[in-house]
Design a binder for this molecule. Sequence first.
Ligand SMILES: [Zn+2]
Length: 141
Amino acid sequence: MSRKQAEPRLVQCYLCRHRFDISRKAMTVSCPACHKPLLVQDVIVKTLQAVKKLQTCGTLTVQKKGRVIADLVEAHGGINVSGTLHAKVVNGSRVRILRTANWKGDCNASSIQIESGATVEGGMFQVPDRSLGVEDLIETA
Ligand SMILES: [Zn+2]
């Protein structure tokens, strides 16, 4: 086990914005401040996910055949979309809309990358928006 894996990982609660350390092996944790369960793992969407909210302290990847239909999407580790993402508001640190993507919805991100070929049907984009305040939590592999 490398030293990095043994170190705790700092996360930010997406409900109350409290920051705390977790074990790198943790899949779900409870926030010590608001006591709500939090998703901290990376989320990969391969099929249809129709939900009100999709939030994680990790990354969100929407694969080519994946479809996310949601009111709110928030991923502190960044968002990569190759499939369909329709959401009212998307909060990501770094958002990448890849060439096979179909995007519809507002986007707040600290940075954005849109590949040529991607479809963006609409939405208000605000970039850079650092109101999430999670840039310093992003780990580059
Ligand atoms: Zn909390």
